[in-house]
Design a binder for this molecule. Structure first.
Ligand code: N01
Length: 546
């Protein structure tokens, strides 16, 4: 590593083996793996002022993981797993953030991270086979490898309504929540959006606010998370066979750590089906409703209809005012990323909560005093945008990547993102994207570890051979994209608009952005690359240098 600094100690130029961008789950592990295990010189950048990635930014009231902690953590360090005592089944944002800070300290990672700094561009120099990066603070960095853990759900979708700047109250976005406490006490609050972020904050804000108005564009299927203490039986099972447990997580479809159903909804009687839905709704809840009841809710129309019929009846039973229940009831398929939250529908029984159907009465403008729809004005003190993210590609495209022959990633991906294995894109050598487009549609932390390990192996392979670059061939990338399309169109997910296919952002291409054949099959694909000596990749040495 070489480094140049100014008189005041600001690093202006840095040459390292690898740059890591982002210090959430993926970036922290990448920094540890490459620096501490592989012995490379590595430097990381994060535009936040601390580690944590999504858990640094998403501090909104009610923010917590809806994956059980036993699969929402690192697995490679058994001691860390045993030592860290999670307080509940689903940890709050502050607890996940504390865990990631502990991870950074445990592996002494902070000395290799520059915070508060955005990487603006990354240009591949074909004469040197190195990437040249520029940050918004003027640092110039060169690196042979880049690992980007920039976040699947990080770049915010913050729509701007006419008149927004005139609002005299407070405006927040769930994914850019301030670090200071926000009080809703005695205030009239409006929440725009009812995805995972919206439902969590709606449930939490309602008891505190004087009045809460929920602006709903699409009603959602919300399954109770069945939050509670950690399940001692799960912990016992893990402790009995730690390796076996993680192997089963990685061999499963979703990597959530629970037992997935292998039974079709068509293979049981209607009475049995009802009993299974009821048991999981009241038992494990959350993601288990989609994946532990039957194995075809995401693929069979009949199975999906059975699930939506069940949830619709639950909404009707939970909400006392039938007209509110009707507004809250979705008519589309259950084929978005599942939303898991306790007490959501019941919140609308409170006297201080009202629901506005934004499709029926579109929001026209934000005024000095609140929000005006096409039929009336809602006076508010606080507006919360729970409007989500420019998901999957958003943060990748913020960086101006230029690959071989000056090719721009933004141009290459203008019609749709293109990768091989969700990890690399042809023409952009030595650039590894953790959870890049067309990666697995699964719980993230276990998949992050697998992808970082795969990248580390690829880097070691290149170096051991005395070579310099690795990138997928065009043919392998075309094949992967076709495979992802073929699999996705066998599921119901492309039939429903959401961030999963880019439909939530006006003007964004609506396309397949995930490998939907499950974690186990994805593991096989990664292993195939290694077993075949990276036959789907161009692995090359130094260019002729004069
Ligand atoms: O975002 P979303 P999110 N006017 O896109 C509405 C993860 N996550 O932040 O459905 C009015 O799901 C939009 O309406 P519609 C998780 O993977 C995890 O909630 O597009 N409304 C929708 O209701 C999740 O899936 C956790 O019609 C507008 C909402 O805003 C992903 O992040 C917690 C609008 C956006 O929902 C994204 O969740 C939180 C407009 N102009 C997030 N624009 C946990 O682990 C958008 N909407 C628990």
């Amino acid at each position: 590593m070489t480094e140049k600094t100014t008189d005041t100690g600001v690093v202006t130029a840095l040459d390292v083996d690898a740059v890591v961008i982002g210090t959430g789950f993926a970036g922290l592990y990448a920094l540890h793996k490459l620096r501490n295990d592989l012995g490379l010189s590595v430097h990381a950048f994060d535009n936040a002022d601390g580690v944590g990635g999504t858990w640094y930014w998403n501090r909104y009231p009610g923010a917590r993981s809806d994956t059980e902690v036993t699969a929402y953590c690192y697995s490679f360090d058994r001691e860390l797993f045993d030592e860290w005592k999670w307080t509940a089944k689903y940890p709050r944002q502050s607890e996940v953030l504390a865990y990631l800070n502990h991870f950074a300290d445990r592996y002494d990672l902070r000395r290799s991270i520059t915070f508060g700094t955005t990487v603006d561009s990354a240009t591949f120099n074909e004469a040197t086979n190195r990437w040249e990066l520029l940050t918004d603070r003027g640092e110039r960095v060169t690196a042979q490898f880049i690992i980007e853990g920039v976040g699947l759900l990080s770049s915010t979708n913050f729509p701007k309504f006419p008149g927004q700047d005139n609002f005299k109250g407070e405006i927040y976005h769930t994914a850019r929540w301030p670090h200071d406490d926000v009080s809703f006490n005695g205030k009239r609050v409006g929440v725009i959006g009812t995805g995972s972020s919206g439902v969590q904050c709606i449930v939490e804000i309602a008891p505190e606010a004087a009045h809460l108005t929920v602006f709903q564009r699409s009603p959602q299927y919300v399954v109770p998370a069945q939050h509670g203490p950690r399940d001692p039986h799960t912990l016992e099972r893990i402790n009995e066979d730690y390796e076996g447990y993680w192997d089963s997580v990685l061999r499963s479809v979703t990597a959530f750590g629970f037992h997935e159903s292998d039974v079709s909804a068509a293979d049981v009687t209607p009475e049995e089906r009802e009993a299974i839905f009821e048991k999981v709704w009241n038992g494990g809840g959350g993601f288990q409703f989609m994946f532990a009841t039957f194995n075809d809710i995401g693929t069979s129309l009949d199975a999906n209809n059975a699930a939506t019929d069940f949830i619709r009846r639950k909404i009707k039973a939970a909400v006392t005012d039938p007209s509110v229940a009707e507004k809250l009831t979705p008519t589309e398929l259950y084929a978005k990323r599942p939303i898991c939250c306790d007490g959501y529908y019941e919140t609308f029984n409170r006297g201080n909560v009202s629901l506005v159907d934004v499709k029926k009465h579109p929001l026209v403008e934000i005024t000095e005093n609140g929000i005006r729809s096409d039929d009336r004005e809602y006076e508010l003190d606080v507006i919360v945008f729970a409007t989500g993210f420019d998901a999957v590609t958003g943060n990748y495209l913020k960086i101006d990547h230029r690959g071989r022959h000056g090719e721009e990633l933004r141009k290459k991906w203008s019609h749709r993102p293109l990768t091989h294995l969700g990890l690399m894109t042809s023409g952009f050598p030595n650039l590894f994207m953790i959870f890049g487009p067309m990666g697995p549609f699964t719980n993230q932390p276990p998949a992050h570890e697998v992808q970082v390990d795969w990248a580390a192996d690829a880097i070691s392979y290149v170096r051991a051979k005395g070579l310099e670059t690795i990138e997928p061939t065009q043919a392998s990338e075309d094949g992967w994209v076709a495979t992802c399309d073929e699999i996705a169109y066998q599921t119901l997910f492309p039939k429903v608009n959401s961030w999963i296919n880019g439909a939530n952002i006006p003007g964004k291409p609506i396309t397949v952005m995930f490998y939907m054949a499950g974690m186990g099959n994805y593991m096989d694909q990664l292993q195939h690359a290694v077993d075949t000596d990276y036959e789907d990749f161009r692995v090359e040495g130094a260019p002729a240098r004069v």
